[in-house]
Structures are given as structure tokens and as C-alpha cells.
Design a protein around this ligand. Structure first.
Ligand code: C2E
Ligand code: MG
Ligand code: MG
Ligand code: MG
Length: 292
């Protein structure tokens, strides 16, 4: 509202900014409704063992389809949810969907796989986060070892160490922790020695640099050796073509993820995709044999 106080003219009305604000408010309202109605879904994308190309786990990626405007890009949805605080119920919802899906894979397909769930630092800062995760695991009949939380270096903004203690507690319970998007933004090798981590997930851009230059390849190789020395599993993401997979494999990276192997897909399709690859996998008869 433009107003004149003390001769100090307020900002002029900006129609473009107004339209953006209205659009965001509309999206926020729709997100509240979607969370209530459970219409937000996940897709699953496999992580494969690079030498054998055997799928070993899946990453859960949020998917929100709007009837009138189509698919909302995940990073846009997450940014908006973080700004509005809706990331907490959204994160709970995704976690539940991911655990349900993994329980289904472990029982129906009979493979002892794990699922990785992207987790915002805002979720980690909630006092109830650890108990929410443990309760979700219990309610979905999933062992803690079947869950990996993917976190990013935005954790560093948490100066009180609240998020780090939550991760430490969950790791003690058996949940895995992966540092996502490594090699971008704030990346520092010093975090690797201090974060409670099991896995390092190399960003697509780091992998691309390794493809472009000898120096880039040396950086990749060095990071892989450091990770191995401190006992971290290494995943390369965004492997779009066979040559990407070959290069990271040559650098010693153990696990890969990307369109070369499979696109993110609905849970139903992921189950079918696995069954096509493991035609002799047990069909839910020997659940007790699965590694806990
Ligand atoms: P991310 O966790 O690094 O996920 C990998 C992104 O790369 C996904 O994008 C995936 O679809 C895409 N991708 C997979 N293979 C390839 C490939 O070969 N080439 C290329 N160019 N891209 C590939 P998506 O699904 O759009 O998600 C974007 C980001 O949104 C994620 O990046 C993650 O940071 C965030 N996100 C997604 N779902 C969730 C969620 O449930 N919670 C939170 N907190 N963040 C999420
Ligand atoms: Mg991720
Ligand atoms: Mg990533
Ligand atoms: Mg990410």
C-alpha cells in the first residue's frame, strides 16, 4: 500500500512483483491442500554398483503434479516449502512414502535394499526430528539400515550443532547419512572429517569437470581417495551417458546414479524395473531372511 509518511514516499507499486507474490500465495495454498489430501508423491531412481551395474538402493525424489500448471520442479517446491515452514510436514510425508515404498520392495521383490531421502536442514533442526524418523521406521516395518538421509552443506549454518547431534543420534540407531551435492557451493574437504557421514554424493557438475580436463579428473580421483581413507562410500550422480559412468568408475567411484541407468520413476514402475532385473528374486516368502 503506497503511503506518504513524513515526505518519505513509499515504494511504487510493482505489478510484476505483485503478480509473483500472488502466484506464490496461490501455490502455498495449493501445497497446504495437497499435504492434507496426500496428493504429493515420490519417484524413485536407482543407485547402481558401477562394476556390475547392479541396483543397490533408490533415491526418493518429491513429485507434485498440479492439474492446471503441470509438474512443479522439485527444487522450486522445496525452496517454497522451506520459506513457508511447510517443509516439515512435506518432509514427513516424503519420508513416509519412501519408507512405505522400500518396505514394499523388500517384501514383494525380496531384495534387502535401502532408500535415500533428501532432508532439509530445517527438518533436522526440529526437536522432534529424531523421534519422527524412528517412529516412521517402526510404523513402516523398516530397519534403520534401510534408510539413508541425504543432507547438504547448508548444515554449516547450524552453529549450535543441533542438526549434527540429530544426525549423530540417527546414525547410532543405524540410519545412514549422505552428503549430497558435494563439489558445489560451499564444499570444503574439512567437513568430511567432522560431519557424521557414511556416504559422499558427488554433484553432476564435479563429474562434468572431471570429463573436461586432466586437472578435473585429478581432483575427482583425489576426492575419491580421501573418501576411501576415511571410510566413506562414494556415489556419482547425474551420469547421463555410458561415458560418464566409465569415467567415474575409472576414478574409483563405487556407486552411480543417473539417466544412463534409469530415470526417476513412480514406485510401481520401480518395482517392475527391479523384477525385470531380478527375475529369480524371492516374492515375499522369505522376508525374515532379509538382512535386518
Ligand atoms: P538432488 O538430491 O541432487 O537430486 C538429483 C536430481 O538430479 C534430481 O532432480 C534428479 O531427477 C536429477 N537427475 C537424476 N539423474 C540425472 C541425470 O542423469 N542428469 C541430470 N541432469 N539430472 C539427473 P529433481 O528430482 O528435480 O530434484 C532436484 C532437487 O530437489 C534435488 O537434488 C534435491 O536437492 C531437491 N529435492 C527433491 N526431492 C526432495 C525432497 O523430498 N526433500 C528435499 N528436502 N529436497 C528434495
Ligand atoms: Mg539427493
Ligand atoms: Mg545432488
Ligand atoms: Mg540436492
Amino acid at each position: 500500500v503506497a503511503k506518504n509518511d513524513g515526505g518519505n514516499r513509499a515504494r511504487a507499486f510493482d505489478p510484476a512483483m505483485h503478480a509473483a507474490a500472488v502466484e506464490r500465495l496461490r501455490l502455498e495454498q495449493e501445497l497446504r491442500v495437497a499435504l492434507r489430501d496426500g496428493t504429493i508423491d515420490i519417484h524413485l531412481q536407482p543407485l547402481v554398483d558401477l562394476p556390475t551395474e547392479t541396483p543397490v538402493s533408490f533415491e526418493a525424489l518429491v513429485r507434485w503434479h498440479l492439474a492446471d500448471s503441470g509438474m512443479v520442479p522439485a527444487d522450486r517446491l522445496i525452496a517454497m516449502a522451506e520459506e513457508t515452514g511447510l517443509i516439515v510436514p512435506l518432509g514427513d510425508h516424503v519420508l513416509r512414502r519412501a519408507c512405505d515404498a522400500m518396505h514394499r520392495i523388500r517384501t514383494e521383490v525380496g531384495l534387502p535394499m535401502s532408500v535415500a531421502v533428501n532432508t532439509s536442514v530445517i527438518q533436522l533442526l526440529q526437536p522432534a526430528f529424531v523421534s519422527t524418523v524412528l517412529t516412521t521406521l517402526a510404523e513402516t516395518n523398516l530397519p534403520a539400515e534401510a534408510l539413508v538421509l541425504e543432507v547438504t552443506e547448508s548444515l554449516l549454518l547450524d552453529e549450535d550443532g543441533v542438526a549434527l547431534s540429530a544426525l549423530t543420534a540417527l546414525r547410532h540407531a543405524g540410519v545412514g547419512v549422505s552428503l549430497d551435492d558435494f563439489g558445489t557451493g560451499y564444499s570444503s574437504l574439512s567437513h568430511l572429517g567432522t560431519f557424521p557421514l557414511d556416504e559422499l554424493k558427488l554433484d553432476r557438475r564435479l563429474v562434468a569437470t572431471a570429463n573436461d580436463s586432466v586437472a578435473g579428473a585429478a581432483v575427482l580421483g583425489g576426492i575419491v581417495r580421501i573418501a576411501e581413507t576415511i571410510g566413506l562410500r562414494v556415489v556419482a550422480e547425474g551420469l547421463e551417458v555410458a561415458a560418464d559412468a566409465q569415467r567415474v568408475r575409472a576414478a574409483g567411484v563405487q556407486l552411480g546414479q543417473g539417466w544412463h541407468f534409469a530415470r526417476p520413476m513412480p514406485v510401481e514402475d520401480a518395482v517392475a524395473w527391479l523384477r525385470a532385473r531380478f527375475p529369480t528374486a524371492r516374492r515375499g516368502r522369505h522376508v525374515a531372511d532379509l538382512a535386518p
